[in-house]
Ligand binder design. Structure first.
Ligand code: FE2
Length: 311
């Protein structure tokens, strides 16, 4: 019941934002129509916005995310772990494909030991073949691990088959342990919150006392995740919200979350857990982003050291 009410609230809020946006747009258009100068300025502003937003969508930012824990051994401090999410392959085929190629090349140049993918390979099923044509070049010494996103359910069978063909490990309420000579970490993943059947207790069942990374496509799940699971997962990695995709200095009307901007982007730390929400690579509807640059995440694990004065 609570879920239905919050969805209704979200739709009403989006509708209000849309009405405000249309009013501002038509108002400015009407004012500018009365004066050639203002009409010209308004047109230039709109065109500039679109050009910049298309350009920003084609950029790629590298985000260094440092996570400290006393469970991390030196082997993992030196490990290169790359996380990315939300390719959203779909309508604007060639451009999106170029962007994926650029991302794959960049990741390969980094020579990662581990690659983590946070879900949403596609927007719609017509993107499946193309996205896996590009991803087949992706390499990681110790494996590629992935969860499903809500959009992946549009072509679930084919995506599952392609992931298996490429040797990408699917973590659907499951986990794996990466073991080195002097330690281990666990990588766990849950099924999508909107379209799948997430079972976080099952996913974290074998984490033991190891440092654990949990892949969780939709950050909204963090709201209802049991306290014990939040504590077991040392870092939760999410995507889905695209950093809001189109923002204006923090005003983000199109975040696909029932909690508004709360899980739009970045590292959120609470008493019981911490979650990083990546802005991902792609988006929906238009190939545009504004103040929400696409990114890949360089996950840097550091051993938490006790300060000398507390030894
Ligand atoms: Fe998603």
């Amino acid at each position: 019941m609570k879920r239905i009410n919050s969805r209704k609230r979200l739709k009403i809020r989006e509708l209000i934002y849309l009405i405000i946006g249309v009013c501002i747009f038509t108002g400015l258009l009407f004012i500018s129509m009365k004066n050639v100068f203002w009409f010209g300025a308004y047109t230039v502003l709109c065109i500039s916005f679109v050009i910049y937003a298309v350009y920003e969508n084609s950029t790629l930012r590298i985000k260094n995310l440092v996570i400290e824990s006393d469970k991390i051994s030196s082997d993992f401090e030196n490990m290169k772990i790359i996380f990315f999410a939300d390719i959203q392959m779909d309508y604007f085929y060639t451009k999106n494909r170029k962007k994926i190629r650029k991302t794959v090349n960049f990741i390969n140049q980094e020579k990662p030991d581990v690659i983590l993918f946070g879900g949403d390979y596609i927007n719609k099923a017509r993107g499946t073949e193309a996205v896996f044509e590009e991803l087949k070049l992706l390499k990681a010494e110790k494996g590629i691990y992935s969860v499903y996103g809500n959009h992946d359910y549009y072509d679930y069978k084919k995506i599952t088959s392609r992931l298996k063909d490429l040797g990408i490990h699917i973590l659907k309420n499951d986990s794996i342990k990466l073991v080195t000579e002097n330690g281990s970490i666990v990588i766990a993943g849950i099924d999508d919150y909107l379209r799948g059947e997430p079972d976080v207790e099952k996913a974290l069942g074998n984490s033991g006392g190891n440092f654990t990374v949990l892949l969780c496509h939709n950050p909204d799940y963090f709201e209802i995740m049991p306290k014990e699971s939040k504590e077991k997962a040392d870092i939760i990695l999410s995507g889905h919200t695209h950093g809001g995709q189109l923002n204006l200095f923090g005003f983000a009307p199109f975040v696909p979350s029932r909690y508004g901007s709360k899980y739009r982007y970045g590292l959120k730390e609470t008493e019981n857990g911490r979650i990083y929400i990546s802005s991902g690579l792609g988006g929906v509807v238009f190939p545009m982003r504004f103040m929400a640059k696409p990114e890949i995440v360089n996950l840097i694990l550091r051993k938490k050291r006790i300060p000398d004065n507390r030894k």
